[in-house]
Ligand binder design. Structure first.
Ligand SMILES: Nc1ncnc2c1ncn2[C@@H]1O[C@H](COP(=O)(O)OP(=O)(O)OP(=O)(O)O)[C@@H](O)[C@H]1O
Length: 244
């Protein structure tokens, strides 16, 4: 569960807050999609939730630990260490040396689930693995880290179209199976429509649209694109429940 109450965040030199009195609750098991124009504050909001940034005012309450996949997949990894060592380092409960062989087999099984041969790299230094493959591994690590809240910041951006679909399907299926609470930033409107039971659009640091339940299900890609463009053209749109 994520509960955000009147959170504001400004950066020096910007004439208005990047996040402006945002209030939002995301329930356990929700798969929430976050969209909005470049620079509207999406990544900042996730960094406030993960405590990388401190809010100027307002409160954020979480039930559960946070796992995140950021755009820079090297963040939080040790490139010289092997894939297995990096995965072990990322676990909320580090595997015991005594059970390392069993742990290694578990990781191999997890990597096999993606069915793209990543298990072959298990003893390779992370720096030998391509950017796209690392993005897949970072997602896998975050999903299986034992944390309950998953924050995904354009986590398929470095992947080719086939791998994007594969990773999106995997992410969606696993977050449901593990009952994680997820917020995913994307610029892909078809993914925004297809995945997630809730869709939030930020505009100039505020929640402009918040669709869930039947409203979300009824939404089509062309509707969403039209609303997106209307907001970017500074026109007021009615229809979404404003979160503020
Ligand atoms: N650490 C920082 N210091 C100063 N300004 C920042 C910092 N982090 C973000 N900003 C500014 O806050 C604004 C929002 O940035 P943010 O990364 O949250 O946008 P975004 O919606 O995720 O954009 P994009 O879709 O392009 O990734 C931008 O103007 C950005 O320059």
């Amino acid at each position: 569960m994520i509960h955000i109450e009147k959170v504001t965040k400004s950066f020096h030199g910007l004439f208005r807050p990047v996040i402006n009195e945002v209030s939002l609750s995301v329930e356990k098991g929700d798969f929430c999609i976050l969209i909005g124009a470049n620079g509207c504050g999406k990544s900042t909001l996730l960094k406030l939730i993960s405590n990388e940034y401190k809010a100027d005012s307002g409160t954020i309450k979480l039930k559960g630990a946070v796992a995140q996949v950021v755009q820079d997949v090297n963040l939080g990894t040790v490139p010289e260490m092997t894939l297995l060592e990096n995965i072990a380092l990322n676990e909320i409960n580090s595997p015991k040396l005594l059970f390392y062989r069993r742990y290694r087999n578990q990781v191999i099984q997890k990597l096999k689930e993606l069915d793209i041969g990543l298990e072959e790299y298990i003893d390779q230094p992370l720096k030998m693995i391509s950017g796209g493959q690392r993005q897949m591994i970072a997602t896998l690590m975050a999903i299986h880290s034992g944390r309950q809240i998953l924050l995904l910041d354009e986590h398929t951006s470095a992947l080719d179209p086939k791998m994007q679909t594969l990773l999106m399907e995997y992410t969606h299926k696993q977050t449901k199976n593990l009952e994680l609470t997820a917020i995913m930033i994307t610029h892909k409107m078809d993914d925004a429509i297809k995945y997630g039971n809730r869709l939030i659009m930020l505009h100039q640091g505020k929640v402009a649209l918040d669709f869930q339940g039947k409203q979300k299900k009824a939404l089509a890609v062309h509707d969403l694109l039209a609303m997106f463009h209307q907001y970017e053209d500074q026109l007021l749109v009615s229809g979404g429940e404003s979160g503020n």
